[in-house]
Design a protein around this ligand. Sequence first.
Ligand code: ATP
Ligand code: MG
Length: 297
Amino acid sequence: MTAHWRIGFHKNFEFGKTLGRGTFAKVKVARHKTTGTCFAVKIIDKQSASFKRESLKSEIVLMRQVIHPNCLRLHGVYDEKSKCFLILDLASGGTVLDRIIENDCFKENDAKKVSKDVLTAIEYLHSLGISHRDLKPENLLYASNDPQSPDYTTVKVADFGLSKIFVEKQPMRTVCGSPNYVAPEVVDPYCISIGYGPEVDIWSMGIVIYVMLCGFLPFYADSNAELFRLICAGDFSFPSPYWDGISESAKQLIRKMLVVNPKRRLSPSQCLAHSCVLADQKAPHLRQHRPQARGST
Ligand code: ATP
Ligand code: MG
């Protein structure tokens, strides 16, 4: 199936269970009636108040270019009167957020695999000139729910709704992303006037790695104003006892990703070459406790 615009979704597909809901869309399993193949379908209600035609168009244009084992693939688009249906790879293993909640947080080896997959995807997207701009555990999906499948631990980046093609020397200026994962240059009023680049994805991924390893956020406050102040100060720590069993190389990688100055942040390939992503951690651990006050996910 190619990603051409068509009509006749219901003639070709039947719905299965609901997989998730986002701000703009509902996502369900869709079975192709002729071949029996199951996909995920992202259903966008064009009559909803939050619907923005330009954002949808941009999501589709970007997704059409993205063909990578760690990114959700767009297989087709059905654009009908009141709804638009995006036919996507079915990632049946749930979100990374689900697995963090299930396990309280991750074993270091699991976090390493997620990091490797997502950083590989970021490196690929940036090479195409695409910045995702909304990386967070809810937008990282496990390809399979079958523990016997080799895809059980494969992670795919989803939700290209806020992604943008960046142009060298022409910085992005839109304030977007999810507050807890957003980079300082996006929320600092002075920096945003200058604009920002794809390095915002490395910051967000640094937060994701932190959360996977301990189950709570590095920057947390009750108001966005205070949260953004903490983010811009880049002031975070690895509190004991929660971080005591976690390797120094993991902490070092996070420190090099959560750098306030985007020019000093590691690039995707430098992150991939970091010992934390490369080395095989032999001592898995599962955290038992986490402080609720710090904004556990
Ligand atoms: P957001 O609120 O993050 O902007 P959105 O409205 O753009 O979200 P998505 O993030 O794309 O929607 O999807 C919402 C949820 O649906 C995801 O968090 C995930 O649980 C589920 N989902 C999305 N795509 C798939 C897929 N291809 N396979 C399985 N589940 C999916
Ligand atoms: Mg989402």
